[in-house]
Design a protein around this ligand. Structure first.
Ligand SMILES: [Zn+2]
Length: 265
């Protein structure tokens, strides 16, 4: 048995290998039973060839890349080599061709954890990776029309997907416009509250200003004077209490400002 942490060398046969994949003249020694468990395509191929005396012993794969198929084998054999940025594209392609769903799922899981991009959306659409597709569509709708038009990845998407992106974009903009309308309404309300408050403050200040002109707000000795006498302590005290009273009332006009701000002032 090979240690799971050491990558198997498929160019060397072992006691149980019973099939050779030949790619660019290089033989890769594998196990039918093992491949059949992973891929219904291979399984079918082996079953069909059962009738011949020794069964299928060699598969020529002239259109395949040696490194890519080796990587696929590493990812399904006991080593379970992880999916990475460098192997994910061709592993998707190979697992699609041989219907190796578990590898395909692992590829999708890997891509779901990557930063979203239009390139990943292309893969999600091509290999029908539903949750990845949904995740990338959420991202695509946030791109501007210019970004979408100039993206080479976008040209690889189907008309249906492009239409769906535009459709989602319109929905998103509609939501945005609704939000703006609400905020506009709120701002207008705040504006009106502040305006009323300003008017009330103005009125309050005006009534404080008038205190000096009201004879009844002075002490009895200066009631008949034509102007306020600042040098009289009694008059000053009377007016001080009046001002305090009006200021106290003025505080209650401050409806707009939150309570915490009032405490600080
Ligand atoms: Zn006085």
């Amino acid at each position: 048995m090979t240690d799971a942490s050491v990558l198997r060398d498929f160019t060397q046969p072992d006691e149980l290998s019973d099939l050779t994949l030949v790619i660019s003249g290089t033989p890769l020694h594998v196990h039918k039973q093992y491949l059949a468990e992973w891929s219904p395509v291979w399984r079918q191929m082996f079953l069909e060839e059962c009738s011949s005396p020794q069964g299928l012993q060699e598969i020529l794969m002239p259109d395949k890349n040696l490194l890519e198929v080796t990587e696929l084998l590493h990812s399904i054999y006991s080593t379970q080599k992880p999916i990475s940025e460098t192997n994910v594209k061709f592993l998707l392609e190979l697992s699609e061709e041989f219907q190796i769903n578990r590898v395909k799922e692992r590829c999708e899981q890997f891509l779901v954890n990557q930063e979203r991009s239009l390139g990943i959306l292309v893969l999600a659409e091509k290999y029908k990776l539903r949750s990845l597709y949904k995740r990338c569509m959420e991202y695509a709708k946030t791109k501007t029309l210019e970004e979408l038009d100039s993206s080479p990845e976008c040209k690889k998407l189907s008309q249906e997907t492009l239409l769906q992106i535009y459709h989602d974009k319109i929905d998103m903009l509609r939501e945005y416009s609704k939000d703006l309308t609400q905020r506009d309404r709120k701002t207008k309300q705040d504006c009106e509250t502040l305006r009323m408050e300003k008017e009330n403050m103005k009125r309050s200040l005006q009534s404080i200003q008038k205190l000096w002109e009201v004879p009844s707000k002075r002490c009895f000795r200066h009631i008949a004077d034509s102007a306020f006498n600042y040098s009289c302590p009694e008059c000053n005290e009377k007016i001080y209490f009046e001002i305090r009273k009006l200021c106290g009332e003025g505080q209650h006009l401050r409806r707009y400002f939150p309570k915490s701000q009032e405490k600080n002032s």
